[in-house]
Design a protein around this ligand. Structure first.
Ligand code: NAD
Length: 507
């Protein structure tokens, strides 16, 4: 592990000292003028104040969004809307270096990985711009009747996003919502609002009309809850913790809101003895340590067939020890700083729990010696983890992986399915029949066979069990932000049973 030069820990240029709401095309303080402090995860020193939005701010934003929805965005020809979204993508790309630097500074993500996130965010806008241009509405013909579908944007969408890869996840919701013709109120995560503070300029430069994109900063339990409770916001797309999702579902029930829930995960990686073990090892290391392990689809439970278990654990530990932990801004850093001291303490709490429960630490297990300050954790590998341990069951959301042996295919499947989550699963084997057989039995919304997480934007994204409800991705996202209405047309005389004539003729 090389030791990055900690003297290069400079803040990126041009950081704002205040981060405000953006409502109806204008940046503004909150109605009550309250703010909270924002710190970076390396020094944990505050560098900006953020507007702490409340119900009044959310109401303003929801009204501005509704006015823009009725005022033309919904009915704009798709090509015109797509052209604006393409310009949003251009704006993101043009600011790619700044976005990545700010994202890395705010979240602690390694700069090289933050660059990938900015590229992906631009791609999301391009993808949905293309998709709406080619979109069609279904028609159904049956003898005597034609049915055709009207696809209408639903209205104002409330978008609530988490702090991990914040800009990319914001774009993941913004792009389809705007493409579908909805207007939006975005509530970014309170720990990481910095990159989103570039969105108002990007949107305005791209020609997004005032009020189409609105953003209310603030604390989840206040600003987020107000968005969920607002009667003028019929849709909530939420990505975050399962427990928060449950709170939101309860609150949304009062208004019967449409909900998309992308929640937590504890995804298994099944490594069979017949796999290409070198490739599986690469997949395991990248899958859990990239993005600091703060990744919903992280392969955080590695299940290894017993005949190759000891060797695999040794290699995994060796690779984990060689992962470069360092300053997020350093180009060679592979694992940066965890987002916030509170989250850091939580992850350390799991590391302690694993030790106390008797799991064997074979790599990491604490702060790296060369980084005495900041939220740094050495990539940690626990071996001999059993299903009854908390570290096997609960989402840690950091650079911590659990390894468990299995004997037979059925055991592997039982272990893999043995948590409340079901977001992703990864399967490494050279036996084609086994790969498909196992894939069919795994409780996971998304699976990869002999691969890490490589996504095609057209595919359904989402989890089963406690990992989520609904699907995003491709047309699934557009469906979520749209109402599909069916119109039935008689093509000739339709037999209507004649009630009320005194002679019921059946039919
Ligand atoms: P979180 O649930 O704490 O917060 C997410 C967002 O919800 C934030 O903007 C927060 O302010 C807001 N919020 C909090 N309480 C609220 C309330 N009562 N009402 C309305 N909004 C509220 O999640 P987090 O810690 O920011 O993110 C990490 C979690 O997100 C992990 O569990 C991770 O697995 C999950 N995640 C899931 C996916 C996925 O696609 N399934 C993707 C990324 C992250």
């Amino acid at each position: 592990m090389t030791v990055p030069d900690t003297s290069t820990c400079a803040a990126p240029a041009g950081l704002p000292s205040r981060i405000e709401h953006y409502i109806g095309g204008a940046l503004m303080e909150g109605a009550r003028g309250e703010t909270f402090a924002l710190a970076d995860p390396v020094t944990n020193q505050p560098y900006a104040r953020v507007a702490a939005g409340d119900a009044t701010d959310v109401d303003r934003a929801a009204r501005a969004a509704r006015a823009a929805f009725d005022g033309g965005w919904r009915d704009m020809p798709v090509r015109a809307r797509a052209a604006i979204l393409m310009r949003v993508a251009d704006g993101i790309e043009a600011r790619g270096a700044q976005l990545a630097a700010w994202e890395s500074f705010d979240t602690g993500l390694p700069i090289t990985q933050a660059k990938g996130q900015a590229r992906r965010a631009a791609e999301n806008f391009r993808f949905f711009a293309d998709l709406i241009v080619g979109l069609h509405e279904d028609a159904f013909r049956s003898p005597g009747q034609l049915g055709y579908v009207l696809r209408r944007a639903t209205g104002v969408a409330g978008l609530i996003t988490p702090w991990n890869t914040p800009f990319m996840l914001e774009s993941w919701k913004l792009a389809p919502a705007l493409a579908a013709g909805c207007t939006v109120v975005l509530k970014p995560a309170e720990w990481t609002p910095l990159s989103a503070s570039l969105l108002p300029e990007i949107m305005a430069d791209a020609g997004v009309p005032d009020g189409v994109f609105n953003m209310v900063q603030g604390i989840g339990e206040v600003a987020g809850a107000a968005l969920v409770a607002h009667p003028g916001v019929p849709l909530i797309s939420f990505t975050g913790e399962t427990t928060t999702g449950q709170v939101i579902m309860r609150a949304a029930a009062d208004h019967l809101k449409g909900l998309s829930m992308e929640l937590g995960g504890k995804s298994p990686v099944l490594v069979f003895a017949d796999a290409d073990l070198e490739a599986a090892l690469d997949g395991c290391v990248f899958g859990v340590f990239s993005l600091n392990g703060e990744r919903c689809t992280a392969g955080s439970r590695v299940l290894v067939e017993r005949s190759v278990y000891d060797g695999f654990v040794a290699r995994l530990a060796e690779r984990a020890r060689a992962v470069r932990v360092g300053l997020p801004s350093h180009p060679s850093t592979e694992v940066g700083a965890l987002v916030h001291p509170e989250h850091y303490e939580r992850v350390l709490g799991y590391v302690d729990a694993g030790k106390k429960e008797g799991a064997r630490v074979v790599a990491g297990g604490g702060r790296p010696e060369h980084l005495p300050e900041g939220n740094f954790l050495a990539p940690t590998v626990f071996a001999d983890v059993t299903p009854s341990m908390r570290i096997f069951q609960e989402e840690i959301f950091g650079p911590v992986v659990c390894v468990t042996p299995f004997d037979a295919e059925d055991d592997a499947i039982e272990l893999a399915n043995g948590t409340k989550y079901g977001l992703a699963a990864y399967l490494w084997t050279s036996d084609l029949a086994r790969a498909h057989r196992v894939a069919e039995r795994l409780d996971a919304g998304m699976q990869w066979i002999n691969s890490h997480n490589v996504r095609d934007l057209r595919t359904p994204f989402g989890g089963v069990k406690a990992s989520g409800l609904g699907r995003e991705g491709g047309e699934h996202s557009l469906d979520f932000y749209s109402e599909l209405r069916i119109v039935h047309v008689a093509l000739g005389d339709t037999h209507v049973p004649r009630f009320g004539t005194g002679t019921h003729q059946g039919g």
